[in-house]
Design a protein around this ligand. Structure first.
Ligand SMILES: *[C@@H]1O[C@H](CO)[C@@H](O)[C@H](O)[C@H]1NC(C)=O
Ligand SMILES: *[C@@H]1O[C@H](CO)[C@@H](O)[C@H](O)[C@H]1NC(C)=O
Ligand SMILES: *[C@@H]1O[C@H](CO)[C@@H](O)[C@H](O)[C@H]1NC(C)=O
Length: 429
């Protein structure tokens, strides 16, 4: 989960470059080089539609992995890294051999910087610190970053720019220089935090996000979509090429001047089994970096008591010895289909001036089967999990839906979808 994000420019760590090899920029013989054009007054207008999107396969699970990852290659020669994609934070970073403290990958699987550091005076350093100005002692200092995730995990490093060979849906391959974090000091409080991937693909609303950078080059529109299936397979797309022309329930993003980085929706009303439970005016953060759903104590308590009341008289009994999640029911179960008849759908109803839309969450999208074959509730007490007074819609609620974050029109949409049909597209990297 990636809820709190703090960036400071005051880290005292020294970023050591051990390898001074091939200088950025460079090109591959079969690809075109995109010139670094950062002046916002010259920005080309990206074409809308399928021609200009990047499709990535995603693999993972809500449980036991706790993340969905995509593969991207970086550098010259290109090296493969897996990234947890996270719409709850902005900065993309990768474990970095600078050398690294707290990295989970061995040095040969880490990114090696090569004199491609981003100086503090670079507009991308300003994009990292946006909306605040970067605080640099000298314009040529490295641009430091520090991210703290909601569960206490953190990454410290410095910005670098390197080439990402990206295949667009029209078949063109471009070597795009993108700025990301070279993370040389990671702190992992738990086994899943940060996840076991080489890095995090930050897809939040902030200006340093990869999608925002691709937008600046005029390559794609600032739209992100994902579809993650219960079978552990999914799709991430950058650009608007796969946005369905109809059937999407759109709702405007909330514009909160105190939080320009997260995708926030509201006000929403909670429905249980299609009926109101008296909880209105909820604001919700859509965060693919969180595995589960987190609600404030009051909302959590209401959901749990409604579910518990409905289970009276059913064969389901609690399994308090299973510590996978706070509430589990005794199995053994092979599939969620064996228990879903005992549970009711939840829904969030968003009403604004123009329309009213619902995010319907069937039991399959709020339950998981634990390693001990019990069934557990994937809705957690946010106060207990220390994610603060936020309601967070994590990946679990978004399963088997196409979820679209449209930064161009400042709206989020979803549509029930069989993610496998999207996987049959042939333009994946
Ligand atoms: C494919 O899309 C990219 C990004 O929009 C564009 O720059 C490029 O010219 C397109 N290539 C072709 C062959 O149309
Ligand atoms: C990423 O690449 C590795 C190595 O080829 C592969 O095992 C893994 O399944 C890939 N992950 C995704 C999401 O495609
Ligand atoms: C949620 O967690 C907080 C902090 O631990 C606790 O005070 C509160 O009672 C919990 N709420 C429920 C409904 O369990």
């Amino acid at each position: 989960m990636n809820v709190e994000m703090k960036i400071t420019s005051s880290t005292t760590m020294v970023f050591l470059f051990l390898v001074m090899s091939a200088n950025f920029p460079g090109t591959f013989s079969y690809t075109k080089q995109i010139p670094a054009k950062l002046n916002s007054f010259q920005l080309p207008q990206p074409k809308s539609g399928a021609a200009s999107s990047v499709f990535l396969r995603a693999l993972g699970s809500i449980y036991p992995l706790g993340y969905f990852a995509v593969n991207l290659t970086v550098g010259k020669p290109p090296k493969l890294f897996d990234f947890d994609f996270d719409t709850g934070s902005d900065l993309t970073w990768v474990q970095c051999d600078a050398p690294c403290t707290g990295c989970t990958k061995p040095p040969e699987k880490q990114y090696k910087p090569h004199k491609n550091i981003v100086p503090c005076s670079n507009p991308r350093c300003a994009a990292l610190h946006w909306p605040n100005p970067p605080r640099c002692k000298h314009p040529n200092d490295q641009c430091d970053y520090e991210i703290e995730y909601g569960d206490g995990g953190s990454s410290i490093g410095a910005l670098v720019t390197d080439l990402f060979p990206l295949r667009f849906s029209n078949g063109s391959v471009f070597n795009v220089p993108l700025t990301f974090g070279c993370g040389y000091n990671q702190h992992n409080p738990g086994p899943l935090s940060p996840p076991d991937t080489a890095g995090v693909l930050g897809l939040g609303r902030g200006r340093i996000s990869i999608v925002s950078q691709l937008r600046e080059y005029g390559l794609i529109r600032n739209v992100i979509g994902h579809c993650i299936g219960q079978n552990g397979r999914g799709v991430l797309f950058l650009g608007d090429g796969k946005v369905p022309s109809s059937g999407v329930a759109w709702t405007p993003m909330l514009q909160n001047s105190a939080d320009l980085k997260h995708y926030i929706l509201g006000p929403a009303e909670l429905l249980y089994s299609g009926k109101s439970c008296g909880l209105k005016d909820l604001t919700l953060i859509f965060d693919s970096g969180a595995s589960y759903a987190y609600f404030t104590s009051r909302v959590y308590q209401e959901i749990v008591s409604l579910i518990m009341r409905d289970l009276i008289g059913t064969p389901l009994k609690l399994a308090p010895d299973d510590k996978t999640l706070p509430i589990c029911w005794r199995g053994p179960f092979k599939a969620l289909g064996q228990v879903t008849e005992y549970f009711k759908p939840l829904a969030l109803s968003f009403t604004n001036r123009r329309n009213s839309v619902r995010l319907v969450v069937p039991p399959e999208a709020y339950l998981v089967i634990s390693g001990r074959k019990n069934v557990c509730l994937g809705i957690l007490n946010g106060s207990e999990a220390e994610v603060g007074e936020n309601n967070i819609i994590g990946e679990i609620f978004m399963q088997d839906k196409m979820v679209i974050y449209d930064n161009e029109k400042q709206r989020i949409g979803w549509k029930p979808e069989d993610c496998n049909t999207l996987l049959s597209l042939n333009h994946f990297i």
